[in-house]
Design a protein around this ligand. Structure first.
Ligand code: OGA
Ligand code: NI
Length: 365
């Protein structure tokens, strides 16, 4: 694997790239779709008792809701910061409202994404992942021939730093796409910095936000076609996110995100206009386990496609990933420390499977 320092998309490069697998959108639209290939069927899903019904009045409660406007409010910021910190400790997931991202920006991004995925396959393939990278249109995290496959396609682009963008992989169609993604990326970075700043203050980590200065950001558009046997497949395998912080936008009304809470899958019902935010493995490691990176997955629908946009934020490239000194004043380190390069190499050599990256990083496990 080549790592060129200073190039933002290097984080998406890995030895060999993802193995090529069939395009799910065109497979789902073909006549063959009634016969779902063995490669997509997940026997573990037979244990349906593990999934809570979204309509149930379950005792887990819904995921916390954080109001970003209160984080800077002179009277409410302390309360809201405490709520944010508790959400990161006990849930690792929250919905974010009053985030200040203009509706026009999210709407334009949603429309641009929808139009891109409606292009003919041949045109989308012009932006396909090069052999040594997971950036572009295709699938990621396919590392072996006998691995079960996800019922979904994705389009991953590196968005920050700006000089690291690989514009050859950005589509000419729809013509609004480039501007839509640029604006979206900028707005989401602003939100990310407000959240990281508040998290740093709560964790009593000096200059936490500075670690993410001009941070690496990549945006993954997930497209999950309908599946006649939706209950037997997964759109995205259970995983925790390998970055620091993820901001997820639900593009279509169809729900599908589930998080693992106390051993059961809990479906998330996004509030209108809200983002779903989650802690990634890097913040769990840096906070020495105080904030949790939670396993989650995506299920699919029998009738309707589902789309989502995940924006991942990673540390600036120079540096190390390990528990920060402030977190070690009263406790021993629970995780190893690796350079960003070592961490990245390890992360892409694994398939998406539960909390495998964190398991690898845990000391004494
Ligand atoms: C992801 C992810 C969930 C979804 O892209 O990492 O968890 O609902 N997506 O698409
Ligand atoms: Ni994820």
């Amino acid at each position: 694997m080549e790592l060129e320092a200073g190039n933002g998309n290097m984080i998406l490069k890995k030895g060999g790239g993802s193995l090529p697998v069939p395009n799910v959108q065109s497979f789902a639209a073909s006549k063959a779709r009634t016969e779902i290939l063995e490669k997509y069927i997940r026997p573990e899903l037979n244990d349906s008792t593990l999934v809570l019904n979204a309509a149930d009045d379950h005792d887990q409660g819904d995921i916390p809701v954080i109001d970003l406007s209160r984080l800077h409010h002179p009277r409410h910021s302390e309360d809201e910061m405490l709520k944010l910190s508790l959400s990161c400790e006990h849930w690792g997931f929250f919905q974010l409202i009053n985030h200040g991202v203009p509706d026009e920006v999210t709407e334009k991004m949603k429309v641009a994404m929808g139009e891109f995925f409606q292009l003919p396959l041949e045109e989308k393939k012009e932006y396909g992942q090069p052999p040594d990278s997971v950036e572009g249109y295709g699938q990621a995290f396919v590392v072996s021939e006998d691995q079960k496959l996800d019922w979904g396609d994705m389009y991953l682009l590196s968005t920050n730093p700006v000089q690291g963008r690989n514009l050859k992989l950005w589509p000419a169609n729809p013509p609004t796409f480039k501007e839509a993604l640029e604006q979206y990326s900028l707005e989401i970075r602003k939100v990310t910095h407000v959240l990281l700043d508040s998290m740093g203050k709560s964790l009593k980590i000096d200059k936490f936000d500075d670690l993410f200065e001009d941070c690496l950001q990549s945006v993954r558009m997930n497209y999950y076609p309908p599946c006649p046997q939706a209950s037997k497949v997964l759109g995205l395998s259970p995983h925790s996110d390998g970055g620091a912080l993820t901001i997820l936008l639900q593009v279509s009304e169809v729900q599908g995100l589930q998080i693992k809470k106390n051993g059961v899958w809990l479906p998330i019902k996004p509030l209108p206009g809200a983002f779903v935010v989650n802690i990634g493995d890097i913040i769990e490691i840096m906070s020495n386990g105080k904030y949790k990176s939670i396993e989650h997955r995506a299920v699919v629908n029998t009738e309707r496609e589902r789309m989502s946009i995940a924006a991942f934020h990673f540390l600036s490239f120079h540096g190390q990933i390990g528990p920060l000194p402030e977190t070690l004043e009263k406790s021993e380190p629970c995780y190893k420390t690796l350079t960003v390069q070592e961490y990245t190499r390890m992360r892409f050599s694994f398939k998406l499977e539960g909390k495998n990256i964190l398991d690898h990083m845990k000391l004494g496990a």
